[in-house]
Write a protein that binds this ligand. Sequence first.
Ligand SMILES: Nc1ncnc2c1ncn2[C@@H]1O[C@H](COP(=O)(O)OP(=O)(O)OP(=O)(O)O)[C@@H](O)[C@H]1O
Ligand SMILES: [Mg+2]
Length: 444
Amino acid sequence: MVELAQSKGRIIVIDDERGRAEAEATALRKLGYVASTSNIEHALERQREDLAEVAVCHLDGQGLALTRRLTEAGVPVVLTAQELNTEQAVAALRSGARDLVTEPVEEGLLVEALERLCGGLRRDTQRLEWIGESPAMQQLAGIVARVARGDAPVFLCGESGTGKELVANAIHVGGPRHDAPFVAVNCAAVPGSLLESELFGHTRGAFTDARSERRGLFSQANGGTLFLDEIGELPLELQPKLLRALQERKVRPLGSTREIAFDARLITATNSDLELAVREHRFREDLFYRINVVRIDLPPLRDRRSDVLPLAERFLARAAARTGRTVSKLSEAAADRLLAWSWPGNVRELENCMESAVAMAHTDEIQLEDLPARLRESTAVESALPASRIDQLVTLEELNHRYLHRVLRTLSGNKTKTAEVLGIDRRTLYRMLARETAPPPPPP
Ligand SMILES: Nc1ncnc2c1ncn2[C@@H]1O[C@H](COP(=O)(O)OP(=O)(O)OP(=O)(O)O)[C@@H](O)[C@H]1O
Ligand SMILES: [Mg+2]
C-alpha cells in the first residue's frame, strides 16, 4: 500500500538550520507523519522526490519566495516564525501561506494546521484501499493528491480495469467537494436516447415516458463531482450539448425552457484512444479540449509488476474474509505464475482471479492448480525453458526482470538485500523497477 495510506500525511520541514528541522521532523514522525527535511535551496526538489503533501517552512531569507513557489506547485505551506508583526504576517499570507505558527512551535497548533491541510488523499486511500508500491503508483498517488485540491476537469486514460474509477473517487474524496455527492455515469451503458435526459433531466411530459419531472445527473452532482466514464462512447449528437453545458455551467432539462446552473467538478475517463476518435471525427475536438485539462494516465498492471503480489495478497484476504475461508497465502509456484502473467484485464482481472482461486483452494495456501486455466497453462519461463518451442523463449531482459522479482519476493521485498544479492546498487535496482517492461504475450 502507498505510504500515504498508512501515515497521517507526508510533510517536508524546511529550515536552513538543520538541527531545528530534524527536531521538528522527529516530533512529527512520532505523531504518525512521514516527515523529511530540507534546506531552503533544495526544498522544491526534495518536496517532489518525497511527494510531500504539506510544507512546514521556517520564515527567513528566501522563505516567502519559496512559499510562493510551493503554493504555485499546489503544496500548501505552514510558515513558522519567531515573532511576526502585522506587516510580516500580511506578506506571509500574500505569498500564499495557509497558516502561521509562532516559534517555539507549539505542537498542538502545528498539528491542527497539518490535519486541516493534509486531509485529502490519506483519508481516501484508507477508505478506498489504494494499493500501489511501484514507483509509477507512488508517483500517481502524489499527482492525485495534488489534483484533488484543485477544480480543473480531469481526464483519466487507461486500459480497462486499471483503476480509473478508483482514482476518480480518490480525487473526489481528497478534495474540497468530498462532502457533496460523487455521481458516476457510464456513457457506454446508457442507451443514447436516454443519456440526454439522464444527464440533463427532463420535465413532466417532455417525451412519452416522462411521467414525472426528473433531475438530471448534473444537478444531482451539484457541489460535488460528476464522473463521466467511457466518455468516448458519448453519441456525436450529444457532444455539443455537453460542451455547451460545460462552458455555460448550466443545463437545460429536456422539455424545459429554463436553464439550471450547476456547480460540479467534471472527471471523465476513457479506455479508448480519444485523440484518434477526434482525428476520425467521432469525437468533437472542442469538447476534447474542454475535458482534457488535467490528464492522468493509469499504467497497465503488466508495466508495474511490483504491484501484482501486494494486490493479490490484499484481494486474497478480502475474498477469504468475505467467504469465511481461512486461505491466507500464495504458494511460490502460484506467485510465480501471477508475476509472469500479462494481465490484459489489469487489476480487475487479478481481483477476479484471486476470488476464484480462494473458492478453489483446498488448503490455506493457494496452489498453482487453483488458478484459472489460462494462467495455469501459460508457461512459467523461469522454471522450464523448452528449447523445442522458440516462441516460449524469452529475452534476457525479460529473464532479468523475472529473476529480479523472484529475488525480491524471496527477500520479502527488501530492496537493500535484493540489490546486494543481485550485485547491483540500490539506485540501479530502483531504476530497473521503474523501467519494467511488458512480457511476451501469453501463448494462445
Ligand atoms: N491500485 C488499486 N488498489 C486496490 N484496488 C484497485 C486498484 N486499482 C484498481 N483496483 C480495483 O480493481 C477494480 C477495477 O478498478 P476500476 O473499476 O477503478 O477500473 P477502471 O479503470 O474503471 O476499469 P473499466 O475501464 O473496466 O471501467 C476495482 O474493484 C478496484 O477497486
Ligand atoms: Mg470504470
